[in-house]
Design a protein around this ligand. Structure first.
Ligand SMILES: [Zn+2]
Length: 160
């Protein structure tokens, strides 16, 4: 099986929840709710990141400068994540990369070597110190990622 590429993203102010989910999925994701269009595109170009935006004009502007950009138009989180990953050439959610990045600051998560009562490993963020484990919210997240994965693999088998 070929290795999935690992794209890096720069996400505009309207897609904050998508940015957090991408980080939980292990993707290097910068979320920038403050910069204007020109700054966003300049930052995406100079850092070689794919700009994610739901703003058509911003998308066209990025493309006109030969930047990588994806217009994200899905209604729900599942559809948005699917669009981003499929258009980035990602064929499946990598389970081994879940909980490798901080959803708050994009920092790298490190295994603390301790476990919760439910035997989930506990991780901490190297940058901001936030701790993570697979708690009660994880079931919902896990179901979302499974659903995205099914969309990705189904799409792939149709085009293979
Ligand atoms: Zn952090």
């Amino acid at each position: 099986m070929e290795e999935d590429s690992s794209p890096a993203f720069l996400v505009d102010g309207m897609l904050g929840t998508t940015a957090r989910k991408l980080r939980i999925l292990g993707f290097d994701t910068i979320y920038d709710p403050k910069s204007g269009d020109k700054e966003l595109v300049r930052a995406a170009l100079s850092s070689r990141r794919t700009l994610l935006t739901s703003d058509f004009e911003l998308y066209v502007y990025a493309k006109s400068l030969k930047g990588n950009a994806i217009l994200v138009k899905g209604k729900g989180e599942q559809e948005r994540l699917y669009q981003v990953l499929a258009k980035s050439g990602v064929h499946a959610v990598r389970v081994d990369r879940l909980l490798s990045r901080c959803s708050v600051c994009n920092g790298e998560l490190v295994d603390t070597g301790t476990e919760m009562l439910n035997e989930s490993k506990v991780y901490y963020c190297r940058s901001c110190g936030k701790r993570y484990w697979r708690g009660s919210h994880w079931k919902k997240l896990s179901a979302l990622f499974d659903a995205v994965n099914i969309m990705l693999t189904t799409n792939r088998s149709e085009t293979a």
